[in-house]
Design a protein around this ligand. Sequence first.
Ligand SMILES: Cc1cc2nc3c(=O)[nH]c(=O)nc-3n(C[C@H](O)[C@H](O)[C@H](O)COP(=O)(O)OP(=O)(O)OC[C@H]3O[C@@H](n4cnc5c(N)ncnc54)[C@H](O)[C@@H]3O)c2cc1C
Length: 465
Amino acid sequence: MTTTLLLLRDDLRIDDNPALDRAVSRGDVLCVYLDDDATVPPGGAARWWLSGALRSLDEAFTAKKGVLRVLKGATPERIRELAALIGADEVVWNGGRTPAQLDSDSAIIKELKSNKIARSVLDPNNLYPWGSADKDDGEPRRVFTAFKKACYKGGDPEDPIDAPKTIHAPKLDDTKLSKADTIKVGDYSIKPDHPWTSTLEDHWTPTLDEGHRFAKRFLEKHIHGYDDTRNDLDPIGSSMLSPWLRFGQLSIRRLWARSLDADTTKGGEVYRSELMWREFSSHMLVAFPHSETRPIHDKFAKFPWKDSDPGFEKWTKGKTGYPIVDAAMRHLWATGFMPNRARMIVASVLTKHMLIPWTRGAQWFMDTLVDADLPNNTMGWQWTAGCGLDAAPYFRIFNPITQGSKFDPKGDYVRRWVPELKDRDDKVIHEPVSPIEAQSLGYPTPIIEHKEARDRALEAYEAIK
Ligand SMILES: Cc1cc2nc3c(=O)[nH]c(=O)nc-3n(C[C@H](O)[C@H](O)[C@H](O)COP(=O)(O)OP(=O)(O)OC[C@H]3O[C@@H](n4cnc5c(N)ncnc54)[C@H](O)[C@@H]3O)c2cc1C
Protein backbone atom coordinates (compact mmCIF):
# COMPACT_ATOMS: atom_id res chain seq x y z
CA MET A 1 0.00 0.00 0.00
CA THR A 2 1.45 3.42 -0.93
CA THR A 3 1.18 6.46 1.30
CA THR A 4 0.72 10.00 0.06
CA LEU A 5 1.21 13.28 1.86
CA LEU A 6 -1.47 15.72 0.73
CA LEU A 7 -0.90 19.46 1.25
CA LEU A 8 -3.85 21.81 1.52
CA ARG A 9 -4.07 25.57 1.25
CA ASP A 10 -7.08 27.40 -0.19
CA ASP A 11 -8.81 24.19 -1.26
CA LEU A 12 -10.62 23.20 1.92
CA ARG A 13 -13.09 20.79 0.34
CA ILE A 14 -13.58 17.17 -0.53
CA ASP A 15 -15.66 17.60 -3.68
CA ASP A 16 -13.76 18.23 -6.94
CA ASN A 17 -10.41 18.40 -5.23
CA PRO A 18 -7.89 17.11 -7.82
CA ALA A 19 -5.04 16.62 -5.32
CA LEU A 20 -7.26 14.73 -2.86
CA ASP A 21 -8.61 12.62 -5.70
CA ARG A 22 -5.11 11.67 -6.80
CA ALA A 23 -3.93 10.97 -3.27
CA VAL A 24 -6.94 8.76 -2.47
CA SER A 25 -6.52 6.81 -5.70
CA ARG A 26 -2.94 5.93 -4.67
CA GLY A 27 -3.76 4.45 -1.24
CA ASP A 28 -3.33 5.87 2.27
CA VAL A 29 -3.32 9.63 2.72
CA LEU A 30 -2.21 12.01 5.44
CA CYS A 31 -3.61 15.44 4.78
CA VAL A 32 -2.06 18.59 6.25
CA TYR A 33 -3.08 22.23 6.10
CA LEU A 34 0.02 24.37 5.57
CA ASP A 35 0.43 26.95 8.29
CA ASP A 36 2.83 29.45 6.71
CA ASP A 37 2.85 33.06 5.49
CA ALA A 38 2.00 32.09 1.92
CA THR A 39 -1.19 30.33 3.03
CA VAL A 40 -2.66 31.73 6.24
CA PRO A 41 -4.45 35.01 5.47
CA PRO A 42 -3.14 37.99 7.42
CA GLY A 43 -6.56 39.58 8.04
CA GLY A 44 -8.73 39.11 11.12
CA ALA A 45 -12.04 38.37 9.40
CA ALA A 46 -10.52 35.88 6.99
CA ARG A 47 -8.76 34.12 9.86
CA TRP A 48 -12.04 33.87 11.68
CA TRP A 49 -13.52 32.26 8.57
CA LEU A 50 -10.53 29.95 8.11
CA SER A 51 -10.90 28.66 11.64
CA GLY A 52 -14.48 27.57 10.94
CA ALA A 53 -13.62 26.24 7.49
CA LEU A 54 -10.88 23.98 8.89
CA ARG A 55 -13.12 22.61 11.60
CA SER A 56 -15.79 21.87 9.05
CA LEU A 57 -13.29 20.12 6.77
CA ASP A 58 -11.96 18.13 9.72
CA GLU A 59 -15.49 16.84 10.37
CA ALA A 60 -15.92 15.97 6.71
CA PHE A 61 -12.60 14.07 6.75
CA THR A 62 -13.49 12.22 9.92
CA ALA A 63 -16.85 11.20 8.41
CA LYS A 64 -14.88 9.59 5.57
CA LYS A 65 -12.36 8.04 7.96
CA GLY A 66 -9.64 10.45 6.83
CA VAL A 67 -7.17 12.41 8.96
CA LEU A 68 -6.52 16.13 8.69
CA ARG A 69 -3.79 17.89 10.67
CA VAL A 70 -2.18 21.32 10.57
CA LEU A 71 1.54 21.53 9.79
CA LYS A 72 2.86 24.45 11.84
CA GLY A 73 5.61 26.56 10.27
CA ALA A 74 5.31 24.58 7.03
CA THR A 75 8.75 25.12 5.49
CA PRO A 76 9.84 22.89 2.57
CA GLU A 77 12.20 21.09 4.97
CA ARG A 78 9.37 20.30 7.41
CA ILE A 79 7.24 19.03 4.56
CA ARG A 80 10.07 16.77 3.39
CA GLU A 81 10.68 15.53 6.94
CA LEU A 82 7.00 14.80 7.45
CA ALA A 83 6.83 12.88 4.16
CA ALA A 84 9.78 10.76 5.32
CA LEU A 85 8.27 10.25 8.76
CA ILE A 86 5.03 8.79 7.45
CA GLY A 87 6.77 6.86 4.67
CA ALA A 88 5.07 8.82 1.90
CA ASP A 89 6.41 8.09 -1.57
CA GLU A 90 4.66 11.09 -3.08
CA VAL A 91 3.61 14.56 -2.00
CA VAL A 92 0.65 15.99 -3.84
CA TRP A 93 -1.10 19.35 -3.78
CA ASN A 94 -3.13 21.78 -5.85
CA GLY A 95 -0.78 24.57 -6.97
CA GLY A 96 -0.93 28.12 -5.59
CA ARG A 97 -3.09 31.03 -6.76
CA THR A 98 -0.93 33.90 -5.51
CA PRO A 99 2.67 34.90 -6.26
CA ALA A 100 3.74 33.96 -2.70
CA GLN A 101 2.12 30.54 -3.00
CA LEU A 102 3.72 29.94 -6.38
CA ASP A 103 7.12 30.84 -4.91
CA SER A 104 6.42 28.45 -2.07
CA ASP A 105 5.48 25.74 -4.63
CA SER A 106 8.84 26.17 -6.34
CA ALA A 107 10.71 25.91 -3.03
CA ILE A 108 8.80 22.75 -2.00
CA ILE A 109 9.38 21.16 -5.42
CA LYS A 110 13.10 21.92 -5.19
CA GLU A 111 13.39 20.42 -1.72
CA LEU A 112 11.49 17.24 -2.64
CA LYS A 113 13.36 16.83 -5.90
CA SER A 114 16.75 17.07 -4.27
CA ASN A 115 15.64 14.40 -1.79
CA LYS A 116 14.23 12.20 -4.54
CA ILE A 117 10.63 12.37 -3.29
CA ALA A 118 8.00 12.29 -6.04
CA ARG A 119 5.56 15.18 -6.24
CA SER A 120 2.43 16.07 -8.20
CA VAL A 121 1.30 19.66 -8.40
CA LEU A 122 -2.20 19.91 -9.85
CA ASP A 123 -4.26 22.88 -11.01
CA PRO A 124 -5.58 25.36 -8.42
CA ASN A 125 -9.23 26.22 -7.85
CA ASN A 126 -9.49 28.14 -11.13
CA LEU A 127 -11.52 27.52 -14.26
CA TYR A 128 -8.75 27.51 -16.84
CA PRO A 129 -5.03 26.62 -16.59
CA TRP A 130 -2.47 29.42 -16.39
CA GLY A 131 -1.69 30.93 -19.77
CA SER A 132 -4.95 29.73 -21.39
CA ALA A 133 -5.77 33.23 -22.60
CA ASP A 134 -2.24 34.36 -23.46
CA LYS A 135 -1.61 35.91 -26.86
CA ASP A 136 0.38 34.02 -29.50
CA ASP A 137 3.54 35.81 -28.39
CA GLY A 138 3.01 34.59 -24.81
CA GLU A 139 1.97 38.00 -23.46
CA PRO A 140 -1.03 38.03 -21.08
CA ARG A 141 -4.26 39.59 -22.30
CA ARG A 142 -4.84 42.76 -20.29
CA VAL A 143 -8.44 43.47 -21.34
CA PHE A 144 -11.20 41.52 -19.61
CA THR A 145 -13.45 40.86 -22.64
CA ALA A 146 -10.50 39.67 -24.75
CA PHE A 147 -9.33 37.47 -21.86
CA LYS A 148 -12.80 35.98 -21.42
CA LYS A 149 -13.22 35.40 -25.15
CA ALA A 150 -9.86 33.65 -25.41
CA CYS A 151 -10.77 31.38 -22.47
CA TYR A 152 -14.21 30.59 -23.91
CA LYS A 153 -12.59 29.75 -27.24
CA GLY A 154 -10.88 26.83 -25.53
CA GLY A 155 -14.30 25.43 -24.53
CA ASP A 156 -15.97 25.02 -21.15
CA PRO A 157 -13.80 24.45 -18.09
CA GLU A 158 -12.97 20.81 -17.36
CA ASP A 159 -15.72 18.81 -15.65
CA PRO A 160 -15.54 18.62 -11.86
CA ILE A 161 -14.67 15.31 -10.22
CA ASP A 162 -16.73 13.65 -7.50
CA ALA A 163 -15.75 13.46 -3.86
CA PRO A 164 -14.05 10.22 -2.80
CA LYS A 165 -16.28 7.82 -0.84
CA THR A 166 -13.65 7.08 1.82
CA ILE A 167 -10.23 8.44 2.66
CA HIS A 168 -7.83 5.82 4.03
CA ALA A 169 -5.49 7.24 6.64
CA PRO A 170 -2.14 5.57 7.30
CA LYS A 171 -1.60 4.08 10.76
CA LEU A 172 0.01 7.00 12.52
CA ASP A 173 1.84 7.42 15.75
CA ASP A 174 0.32 10.54 17.28
CA THR A 175 3.41 11.35 19.36
CA LYS A 176 5.67 11.15 16.34
CA LEU A 177 3.30 13.35 14.37
CA SER A 178 3.23 15.91 17.12
CA LYS A 179 7.01 15.96 17.19
CA ALA A 180 6.89 16.76 13.49
CA ASP A 181 4.92 19.88 14.41
CA THR A 182 1.58 18.70 13.16
CA ILE A 183 -1.34 19.47 15.42
CA LYS A 184 -4.98 18.50 15.48
CA VAL A 185 -7.34 21.02 13.90
CA GLY A 186 -9.14 21.39 17.24
CA ASP A 187 -5.87 22.57 18.84
CA TYR A 188 -5.10 25.08 16.10
CA SER A 189 -5.69 28.61 17.25
CA ILE A 190 -5.99 30.98 14.34
CA LYS A 191 -8.92 33.19 15.30
CA PRO A 192 -7.87 36.76 16.12
CA ASP A 193 -8.17 37.81 19.76
CA HIS A 194 -9.81 41.08 18.77
CA PRO A 195 -13.44 40.96 19.92
CA TRP A 196 -14.86 42.58 16.77
CA THR A 197 -14.88 39.26 14.92
CA SER A 198 -17.48 37.94 17.37
CA THR A 199 -20.23 39.79 15.44
CA LEU A 200 -19.32 37.76 12.34
CA GLU A 201 -20.89 34.72 13.99
CA ASP A 202 -24.29 36.40 13.81
CA HIS A 203 -24.06 36.60 10.03
CA TRP A 204 -22.14 33.58 8.76
CA THR A 205 -21.62 29.88 9.31
CA PRO A 206 -18.37 29.14 7.50
CA THR A 207 -19.00 25.41 6.99
CA LEU A 208 -19.03 23.25 3.87
CA ASP A 209 -22.72 22.41 4.37
CA GLU A 210 -23.70 26.06 4.63
CA GLY A 211 -21.75 26.86 1.45
CA HIS A 212 -23.62 24.13 -0.40
CA ARG A 213 -26.91 25.38 1.03
CA PHE A 214 -26.18 28.97 -0.10
CA ALA A 215 -25.16 27.73 -3.55
CA LYS A 216 -28.29 25.57 -3.90
CA ARG A 217 -30.57 28.43 -2.90
CA PHE A 218 -28.87 30.84 -5.29
CA LEU A 219 -28.88 28.43 -8.23
CA GLU A 220 -32.49 27.40 -7.70
CA LYS A 221 -34.03 30.75 -6.89
CA HIS A 222 -31.87 33.74 -7.72
CA ILE A 223 -29.59 33.09 -10.68
CA HIS A 224 -32.42 33.68 -13.17
CA GLY A 225 -32.76 37.32 -12.16
CA TYR A 226 -29.06 37.88 -11.33
CA ASP A 227 -28.54 40.24 -14.28
CA ASP A 228 -31.19 42.54 -12.73
CA THR A 229 -30.45 42.13 -9.04
CA ARG A 230 -26.68 41.83 -8.79
CA ASN A 231 -26.22 45.51 -7.88
CA ASP A 232 -29.00 45.55 -5.26
CA LEU A 233 -27.81 46.48 -1.82
CA ASP A 234 -30.77 45.65 0.40
CA PRO A 235 -31.64 42.86 0.12
CA ILE A 236 -28.29 41.90 -1.39
CA GLY A 237 -28.92 40.71 -4.95
CA SER A 238 -25.77 38.65 -5.54
CA SER A 239 -24.86 35.08 -4.52
CA MET A 240 -22.75 35.92 -1.41
CA LEU A 241 -20.68 32.83 -2.17
CA SER A 242 -17.34 34.67 -2.27
CA PRO A 243 -15.98 33.51 1.12
CA TRP A 244 -16.61 29.86 0.28
CA LEU A 245 -14.88 30.40 -3.05
CA ARG A 246 -12.02 32.25 -1.38
CA PHE A 247 -11.17 29.27 0.83
CA GLY A 248 -11.90 26.74 -1.88
CA GLN A 249 -14.73 25.22 0.14
CA LEU A 250 -16.73 25.41 -3.06
CA SER A 251 -15.21 24.24 -6.30
CA ILE A 252 -15.32 26.91 -8.98
CA ARG A 253 -15.67 24.21 -11.66
CA ARG A 254 -18.63 22.65 -9.81
CA LEU A 255 -20.27 26.04 -9.47
CA TRP A 256 -19.71 26.76 -13.13
CA ALA A 257 -21.19 23.40 -14.20
CA ARG A 258 -24.18 23.75 -11.87
CA SER A 259 -24.82 27.30 -13.05
CA LEU A 260 -24.93 26.00 -16.63
CA ASP A 261 -27.51 23.39 -15.59
CA ALA A 262 -29.50 26.04 -13.74
CA ASP A 263 -29.59 28.86 -16.28
CA THR A 264 -28.31 29.34 -19.82
CA THR A 265 -30.19 32.62 -20.29
CA LYS A 266 -29.07 36.13 -19.40
CA GLY A 267 -28.98 35.62 -15.61
CA GLY A 268 -26.65 32.63 -15.85
CA GLU A 269 -24.52 34.25 -18.54
CA VAL A 270 -23.95 37.40 -16.50
CA TYR A 271 -23.21 35.29 -13.40
CA ARG A 272 -20.59 33.24 -15.25
CA SER A 273 -19.09 36.46 -16.55
CA GLU A 274 -18.58 37.56 -12.92
CA LEU A 275 -16.91 34.22 -12.21
CA MET A 276 -14.63 35.08 -15.11
CA TRP A 277 -13.66 38.33 -13.34
CA ARG A 278 -12.34 36.12 -10.55
CA GLU A 279 -10.46 34.16 -13.18
CA PHE A 280 -9.09 37.34 -14.78
CA SER A 281 -7.96 38.70 -11.40
CA SER A 282 -6.22 35.47 -10.59
CA HIS A 283 -4.36 35.20 -13.91
CA MET A 284 -3.44 38.89 -13.84
CA LEU A 285 -1.95 38.84 -10.34
CA VAL A 286 0.28 35.99 -11.41
CA ALA A 287 1.24 37.81 -14.62
CA PHE A 288 1.86 41.09 -12.75
CA PRO A 289 2.95 40.04 -9.25
CA HIS A 290 4.03 43.56 -8.29
CA SER A 291 0.43 44.78 -8.71
CA GLU A 292 -0.38 43.87 -5.09
CA THR A 293 1.37 47.06 -4.01
CA ARG A 294 2.25 49.00 -7.18
CA PRO A 295 -0.02 50.48 -9.81
CA ILE A 296 -0.10 48.58 -13.09
CA HIS A 297 0.06 51.90 -14.96
CA ASP A 298 3.42 53.39 -14.10
CA LYS A 299 2.25 56.98 -14.38
CA PHE A 300 0.20 56.48 -11.19
CA ALA A 301 3.42 55.97 -9.24
CA LYS A 302 3.71 59.78 -9.27
CA PHE A 303 0.06 60.45 -8.38
CA PRO A 304 -0.18 63.33 -5.86
CA TRP A 305 -2.09 61.49 -3.11
CA LYS A 306 -3.09 63.47 -0.03
CA ASP A 307 -2.84 60.72 2.57
CA SER A 308 -4.50 61.54 5.86
CA ASP A 309 -4.85 59.42 9.01
CA PRO A 310 -7.91 61.28 10.36
CA GLY A 311 -9.58 61.04 6.91
CA PHE A 312 -8.79 57.34 6.66
CA GLU A 313 -10.22 56.75 10.11
CA LYS A 314 -13.47 58.49 9.19
CA TRP A 315 -13.72 56.24 6.15
CA THR A 316 -13.06 53.05 8.13
CA LYS A 317 -15.56 54.00 10.82
CA GLY A 318 -18.34 55.00 8.41
CA LYS A 319 -18.22 58.70 9.31
CA THR A 320 -17.57 60.36 5.96
CA GLY A 321 -20.92 62.13 5.85
CA TYR A 322 -21.87 60.31 2.63
CA PRO A 323 -24.71 58.03 3.75
CA ILE A 324 -24.12 55.25 1.19
CA VAL A 325 -20.41 55.11 2.00
CA ASP A 326 -21.00 55.08 5.73
CA ALA A 327 -23.66 52.38 5.47
CA ALA A 328 -21.31 50.19 3.44
CA MET A 329 -18.31 50.68 5.74
CA ARG A 330 -20.40 49.88 8.84
CA HIS A 331 -21.88 46.89 7.02
CA LEU A 332 -18.33 45.67 6.39
CA TRP A 333 -17.28 46.13 10.01
CA ALA A 334 -20.30 44.29 11.37
CA THR A 335 -20.49 41.42 8.90
CA GLY A 336 -17.14 41.14 7.07
CA PHE A 337 -18.93 41.61 3.77
CA MET A 338 -20.01 44.33 1.38
CA PRO A 339 -21.72 43.91 -2.03
CA ASN A 340 -19.64 44.63 -5.13
CA ARG A 341 -21.46 47.89 -5.98
CA ALA A 342 -20.79 49.21 -2.47
CA ARG A 343 -17.13 48.14 -2.71
CA MET A 344 -16.79 50.20 -5.87
CA ILE A 345 -18.44 53.25 -4.29
CA VAL A 346 -16.38 53.26 -1.08
CA ALA A 347 -13.15 52.57 -2.97
CA SER A 348 -13.90 55.41 -5.36
CA VAL A 349 -14.62 57.85 -2.53
CA LEU A 350 -11.41 56.90 -0.69
CA THR A 351 -9.18 57.24 -3.75
CA LYS A 352 -10.87 60.06 -5.65
CA HIS A 353 -12.80 62.20 -3.13
CA MET A 354 -10.27 61.78 -0.35
CA LEU A 355 -7.14 61.16 -2.47
CA ILE A 356 -5.96 58.50 -0.03
CA PRO A 357 -3.77 55.81 -1.67
CA TRP A 358 -5.68 52.73 -2.83
CA THR A 359 -3.18 50.47 -1.07
CA ARG A 360 -4.45 51.65 2.34
CA GLY A 361 -8.02 50.80 1.41
CA ALA A 362 -6.90 47.46 -0.01
CA GLN A 363 -5.17 46.62 3.29
CA TRP A 364 -8.27 47.53 5.28
CA PHE A 365 -10.35 45.26 3.08
CA MET A 366 -7.83 42.43 3.48
CA ASP A 367 -8.21 42.76 7.24
CA THR A 368 -11.97 43.11 7.46
CA LEU A 369 -13.48 41.04 4.62
CA VAL A 370 -14.35 37.42 5.27
CA ASP A 371 -13.70 36.83 1.56
CA ALA A 372 -10.38 38.77 1.59
CA ASP A 373 -8.77 37.44 -1.56
CA LEU A 374 -5.49 38.88 -2.82
CA PRO A 375 -6.20 38.54 -6.58
CA ASN A 376 -9.78 39.87 -6.45
CA ASN A 377 -8.95 42.61 -3.99
CA THR A 378 -5.94 43.83 -5.94
CA MET A 379 -7.93 43.88 -9.16
CA GLY A 380 -10.93 45.60 -7.49
CA TRP A 381 -8.84 48.38 -5.96
CA GLN A 382 -6.66 49.05 -8.98
CA TRP A 383 -9.75 48.96 -11.20
CA THR A 384 -11.65 51.48 -9.08
CA ALA A 385 -8.67 53.74 -8.55
CA GLY A 386 -8.19 53.80 -12.32
CA CYS A 387 -4.60 52.57 -12.26
CA GLY A 388 -5.18 48.89 -13.07
CA LEU A 389 -5.93 46.61 -15.99
CA ASP A 390 -9.05 47.38 -18.00
CA ALA A 391 -9.81 49.90 -15.26
CA ALA A 392 -12.55 52.49 -14.89
CA PRO A 393 -10.97 55.63 -16.38
CA TYR A 394 -9.71 57.88 -13.61
CA PHE A 395 -11.77 60.83 -14.79
CA ARG A 396 -15.04 58.90 -14.27
CA ILE A 397 -15.73 59.88 -10.70
CA PHE A 398 -18.68 58.27 -8.91
CA ASN A 399 -21.10 60.68 -7.31
CA PRO A 400 -21.91 58.92 -4.00
CA ILE A 401 -25.27 60.70 -3.78
CA THR A 402 -26.56 59.57 -7.19
CA GLN A 403 -25.01 56.11 -6.74
CA GLY A 404 -26.93 55.82 -3.48
CA SER A 405 -30.22 56.94 -5.05
CA LYS A 406 -29.77 54.55 -7.95
CA PHE A 407 -28.82 51.39 -6.08
CA ASP A 408 -30.60 51.99 -2.77
CA PRO A 409 -33.65 53.91 -4.05
CA LYS A 410 -35.71 53.66 -0.87
CA GLY A 411 -32.75 54.11 1.45
CA ASP A 412 -33.24 50.70 3.12
CA TYR A 413 -29.50 49.98 3.12
CA VAL A 414 -28.69 53.35 4.68
CA ARG A 415 -31.42 53.02 7.31
CA ARG A 416 -30.23 49.52 8.25
CA TRP A 417 -26.62 50.54 8.85
CA VAL A 418 -26.82 54.26 9.70
CA PRO A 419 -29.59 54.48 12.29
CA GLU A 420 -28.93 58.23 12.79
CA LEU A 421 -30.63 58.74 9.41
CA LYS A 422 -33.54 56.33 9.82
CA ASP A 423 -36.20 59.04 10.01
CA ARG A 424 -35.03 60.96 6.96
CA ASP A 425 -37.33 61.10 3.97
CA ASP A 426 -36.63 58.68 1.05
CA LYS A 427 -36.07 61.66 -1.22
CA VAL A 428 -33.16 63.04 0.79
CA ILE A 429 -31.80 59.96 2.50
CA HIS A 430 -28.67 59.94 0.32
CA GLU A 431 -28.06 63.68 0.58
CA PRO A 432 -25.44 64.98 3.00
CA VAL A 433 -26.85 66.66 6.11
CA SER A 434 -26.60 70.39 6.85
CA PRO A 435 -24.49 71.60 9.81
CA ILE A 436 -27.69 72.18 11.86
CA GLU A 437 -29.04 68.70 11.07
CA ALA A 438 -25.61 67.27 11.82
CA GLN A 439 -25.96 68.51 15.40
CA SER A 440 -29.45 67.22 15.95
CA LEU A 441 -28.88 63.85 14.23
CA GLY A 442 -25.38 63.21 15.54
CA TYR A 443 -24.26 62.45 11.98
CA PRO A 444 -21.39 64.34 10.27
CA THR A 445 -21.46 66.74 7.34
CA PRO A 446 -19.47 65.40 4.35
CA ILE A 447 -15.68 65.25 4.53
CA ILE A 448 -15.60 67.19 1.26
CA GLU A 449 -18.37 68.49 -0.99
CA HIS A 450 -18.80 66.36 -4.13
CA LYS A 451 -18.10 69.01 -6.76
CA GLU A 452 -15.04 70.28 -4.95
CA ALA A 453 -13.77 66.69 -4.59
CA ARG A 454 -14.34 66.00 -8.25
CA ASP A 455 -12.47 69.14 -9.37
CA ARG A 456 -9.62 68.37 -6.98
CA ALA A 457 -9.34 64.78 -8.22
CA LEU A 458 -9.31 65.84 -11.86
CA GLU A 459 -6.65 68.40 -11.12
CA ALA A 460 -4.53 65.73 -9.42
CA TYR A 461 -5.02 63.50 -12.46
CA GLU A 462 -3.87 66.31 -14.79
CA ALA A 463 -0.55 66.28 -12.92
CA ILE A 464 0.24 62.74 -14.12
CA LYS A 465 -1.55 62.64 -17.47
C1 LIG B 1 -12.49 47.47 -4.23
C2 LIG B 1 -12.90 46.04 -4.40
C3 LIG B 1 -12.34 45.05 -3.59
C4 LIG B 1 -12.71 43.71 -3.74
N1 LIG B 1 -12.16 42.76 -2.91
C5 LIG B 1 -12.52 41.46 -3.04
C6 LIG B 1 -11.97 40.46 -2.20
O1 LIG B 1 -11.11 40.71 -1.33
N2 LIG B 1 -12.42 39.19 -2.34
C7 LIG B 1 -13.34 38.84 -3.29
O2 LIG B 1 -13.71 37.66 -3.38
N3 LIG B 1 -13.83 39.76 -4.12
C8 LIG B 1 -13.47 41.05 -4.03
N4 LIG B 1 -14.02 41.99 -4.87
C9 LIG B 1 -14.88 41.53 -5.98
C10 LIG B 1 -16.38 41.49 -5.66
O3 LIG B 1 -16.78 42.67 -5.06
C11 LIG B 1 -16.76 40.31 -4.76
O4 LIG B 1 -16.23 39.12 -5.28
C12 LIG B 1 -18.27 40.16 -4.66
O5 LIG B 1 -18.84 41.34 -4.15
C13 LIG B 1 -18.62 38.99 -3.77
O6 LIG B 1 -20.00 38.90 -3.62
P1 LIG B 1 -20.82 37.71 -4.27
O7 LIG B 1 -20.20 36.40 -3.95
O8 LIG B 1 -22.23 37.93 -3.86
O9 LIG B 1 -20.64 38.01 -5.81
P2 LIG B 1 -21.47 37.55 -7.08
O10 LIG B 1 -21.98 38.78 -7.74
O11 LIG B 1 -22.47 36.52 -6.72
O12 LIG B 1 -20.36 36.96 -8.05
C14 LIG B 1 -20.01 35.58 -8.09
C15 LIG B 1 -18.54 35.40 -7.83
O13 LIG B 1 -17.79 35.97 -8.89
C16 LIG B 1 -16.60 36.56 -8.38
N5 LIG B 1 -16.66 38.01 -8.62
C17 LIG B 1 -17.75 38.80 -8.68
N6 LIG B 1 -17.41 40.08 -8.97
C18 LIG B 1 -16.07 40.08 -9.07
C19 LIG B 1 -15.12 41.09 -9.34
N7 LIG B 1 -15.47 42.37 -9.58
N8 LIG B 1 -13.81 40.77 -9.36
C20 LIG B 1 -13.41 39.49 -9.13
N9 LIG B 1 -14.27 38.48 -8.87
C21 LIG B 1 -15.58 38.77 -8.84
C22 LIG B 1 -16.57 36.29 -6.88
O14 LIG B 1 -15.80 35.12 -6.66
C23 LIG B 1 -18.04 36.08 -6.57
O15 LIG B 1 -18.26 35.27 -5.44
C24 LIG B 1 -13.65 43.34 -4.74
C25 LIG B 1 -14.21 44.34 -5.55
C26 LIG B 1 -13.84 45.66 -5.38
C27 LIG B 1 -14.46 46.71 -6.26
